[in-house]
Design a protein around this ligand. Structure first.
Ligand code: C2E
Ligand code: MG
Ligand code: MG
Ligand code: MG
Length: 301
């Protein structure tokens, strides 16, 4: 017998069970209490217009401020939270906190019309209470529905049938927007584009990475660039917005702009930062010369 890390749990000793597995389950076991103790924080990453450089939205990205391990990224605990089902409660917290922050920015800088993007795990999209959870977050915080955009991956969307498909339509009926996250890396059965009320495609990092602007793309026969070109045309033909993810260089931003991509997100435009930094950036944009940043007219979807 061996005592698993923390919380007095006993498990049959298994030499195959790696130290990493044990650390993983210890982390999972601590998630619910961490949520109750308020150890999760949201950072926000700017999504910027490729036309005029204004910040049109921010994506809420959750982090765990662990008392001993420091700031832990979502890749280390979102999967665990999905497996244990905690994602429903954690996701509800993320939604409400993101709406609360977005509403406070809206009150301070109404002209900016800054949208907030919130990631929705597959398990959340399947939760029968999701429409109620979203409606309640909007109602409690006062954030107008059109300033909230939910990001779902292709696989999360593909799994939707019956009830949850109806839920996505009900969410769109609330007036919020839906975006497909990491577009192009999932199962990509494009049939869902016909039957879902989607407003935006977020082009996955790997396609953007292939656009180098330093001649390196010549080696790849400009293939990534052609894919991006085709996906942007597809999106615009369907009257959807396109955001390029993981934009890391000015050359990429410039190429994406000439390919008519609408918005970009990535280290080039700024990393995920605490809410206070977003407020400072809004203040800077308001003080800047020219017209205040505006959200482009909403397209039909
Ligand atoms: P995602 O939604 O695709 O988020 C974008 C990720 O790309 C973020 O990682 C962001 O920090 C990272 N990124 C930003 N700029 C760059 C760049 O220039 N280059 C590259 N290569 N990457 C960049 P992060 O914050 O570690 O989040 C990872 C994933 O965790 C997210 O991917 C999302 O799927 C998930 N996640 C984060 N927050 C939440 C949440 O509140 N709920 C749910 N369900 N999932 C979340
Ligand atoms: Mg990360
Ligand atoms: Mg996302
Ligand atoms: Mg993404």
């Amino acid at each position: 017998w061996a005592k698993a890390e923390g919380r007095g749990r006993w498990a049959v000793y298994d030499p195959e069970r790696s130290a990493a597995d044990i650390a993983r389950s210890a982390l999972a076991a601590n998630l619910p209490a961490a949520l109750d103790r308020g150890e999760f924080v949201l950072h926000y990453q700017p999504i910027v217009s490729l036309l005029d450089g204004s910040m049109v939205a921010v994506e809420a990205l959750v982090r765990w401020q662990h008392p001993e391990l420091g700031l832990i990224g979502p890749d280390r605990f979102i999967g665990l939270a999905e497996e244990t089902g905690l994602i429903v409660r954690l996701g509800a917290w993320v939604l409400r906190q993101a709406c609360r922050d977005a509403e406070s920015w809206r009150r301070a800088y109404p002209e900016a019309r800054l949208m907030v993007n919130v990631n929705l795990a597959a398990r959340q999209a399947d939760d029968p209470a999701i429409v109620e959870t979203v409606a309640e977050a909007l109602q409690r915080t006062g954030l107008p529905a059109e300033l909230l955009q939910l990001e779902l991956t292709e696989s999360a969307v593909m799994g939707t049938a019956g009830e949850s498909l109806r839920a996505l339509h009900q969410l769109a009926d609330l007036g919020i927007r839906l975006a497909i996250d990491d577009f192009g890396t999932g199962y990509s059965n494009l049939a869902y584009l016909r039957r879902l009320p989607i407003h935006c495609l977020k082009l996955a990092g790997p396609f953007v990475e292939g656009i180098r602007g330093d001649g390196a793309d010549v080696v790849a026969d400009h293939r990534d660039e052609r894919i991006v070109d085709a996906l942007v045309r597809l999106a615009h033909a369907l009257e959807l917005w396109v955001t390029a993810e993981a934009v890391e260089t000015g050359e990429q931003a410039e190429r994406l702009r000439s390919l008519r991509c609408d918005t970009g997100q990535g280290r080039w435009f700024g990393p995920p930062v605490p809410a206070a930094d977003i407020r400072r950036r809004l203040e800077g944009e308001e003080g800047a010369q020219g017209t205040p940043p505006r959200l482009p007219e909403q397209r039909a979807g």
